[in-house]
Write a protein that binds this ligand. Structure first.
Ligand SMILES: [Zn+2]
Length: 411
């Protein structure tokens, strides 16, 4: 480890009675992340509709952007010249980039990152295998794909993804992986996993080369991504192999848990993976934000999360509360001169009524999206923060029962 690499680390804190779920602190060159934590998604170097000052004020500790989107637009060279992702978007705290693998491979398929995949009309390996109508083609060396912006052809390999992510300059990066779906056959999952593991070696190798070549810059940590779909043996083997992987004295700094997870098995699958991973490395679960999923994943050992849903649904007037989700756009809110949620500590609830938000949505005013996004992001960040506090206080299970009882009971 070079002196520059002292900038990253993870220290576990309080641990749940069964030894799996825990609190902790991730240290990055741009500040700490106290875990469990929800990372706000700023896909194209902006949390849609919200200024970074508001993102910080609502309590988000880090922002995650997407390498695929920033590669196509404005290009990683532009972000690098601006001083890296954080400087470019005026976010002084920790930053994360997703590898772009999921976006590249889901092109033209339309399945979502982890849950509720829309695979209607697709069968088995059609979802991923080379097909005439697909925008992406996967081979053992990498992925060739067509830009969703202008139809240009591009190629991502593990090395290309590492170079792009180093140029983007986020504190935490993810290895380039193949993201499969639950529709793929067992045989396809096995081949895909072998490919993802081979790509992990190439990512770590290229990451080591780039880190040495750019030693004047703040250290960027690299997380390996565990795939393996719903198969226990594949998930465990993938996690074990990534945990044991060492290239020229370099290991992964943390781990991502990716791919398709059935909601009912989420905690079980995260548990298999976390049992195989080193306890003193952080684990990021990609793409969840449902309250019951947070509790299940934290109990199983996951530390950080990201998801586009809180801001996406906010732009469609859906808001979260301790008593579930509702739509502020409905007629019932036209004369509701009370906040989205009584007792909410967010900026929106402190200053605005449901009646005003209802009016903004009906009038198609842009600030409607801003105000509802602030509330939903605050709700999500606060929930994961409260889970952390409950672990520290030793009452995680009581908090879980109380919160989920309220959230999923009929309004
Ligand atoms: Zn609020």
């Amino acid at each position: 480890m070079t002196p520059a690499e002292d900038g990253f680390g993870f220290t576990p804190g309080a641990v749940l009675p069964d030894g799996r779920g825990r609190t902790g602190t991730i240290r990055t060159p741009h500040g700490e992340i106290r875990t469990p934590a929800f990372v706000a998604v700023g896909t194209k170097a902006t949390v849609k509709a919200v200024l970074p000052e508001a993102v910080a004020a609502l309590g988000a500790q880090a922002v995650l952007a997407n390498a695929y989107h920033l590669y196509l637009q404005p290009g990683p060279d532009v972000v690098e010249e601006a001083g890296g992702l954080g400087a470019f978007m005026n976010w002084p705290g920790p930053t994360v980039t997703d590898s772009g693998g999921f976006q590249v491979m889901s092109l033209g398929v339309g399945f979502k990152k982890v849950l509720a995949m829309n695979t209607a009309g697709l069968a088995d390996d059609d979802v991923i295998a080379a097909g005439k109508n697909r925008l992406a083609h996967v081979d053992d060396d990498g992925v060739t794909f067509t830009s969703h912006l202008n139809g240009d052809r591009h190629r991502f390999t593990p090395e290309v993804s590492m170079r792009i992510q180093h140029q983007l300059g986020a504190d935490i990066m993810f290895a380039f992986d193949e993201c499969t779906t639950l529709m793929n056959t067992r045989g396809y999952q096995e081949n895909s996993l072998a490919r993802t593991q081979a790509w992990a070696v190439r990512c770590l190798t290229e990451h080591g080369r780039l880190t040495a070549a750019r030693s004047d810059r703040p250290y960027q940590a690299l997380f390996g991504v565990v795939q393996g779909a719903q198969f226990e043996d594949l998930r465990r083997r993938a996690a074990r192999d990534l945990a044991a992987l060492e290239v020229a004295g370099r290991r992964f700094d943390g781990y991502g848990i990716g791919g398709a997870l059935e909601k009912e098995n989420l905690g079980t699958i995260v548990g298999w993976v976390c049992e195989e991973l080193p306890f003193d490395a952080p684990r990021h679960l990609l793409g969840i934000s449902e309250p019951d999923d947070f509790f299940a994943a934290v109990a199983a050992g996951a530390d950080t999360f990201d998801c586009v849903m809180p801001s996406r649904v906010a732009r469609n007037a859906a808001v979260y509360t301790a008593r579930g989700r509702y739509n502020v756009n409905t007629a019932a809110n036209r004369r509701a001169f009370s906040p989205i949620e009584d007792g909410c500590d967010c900026y929106t609830c402190a200053h605005y009524t449901r009646a005003y938000l209802h009016h903004l949505f009906k009038a198609k005013e842009m600030v409607a999206a801003t105000l509802c996004t602030i509330h939903n992001e605050r709700f999500t960040v606060r929930l994961v923060d409260d889970i952390r506090t409950s672990i520290e206080a030793g009452d995680f299970e009581a908090f879980r029962e109380e919160f989920l009882g309220g959230y999923y009971s009929p309004r």
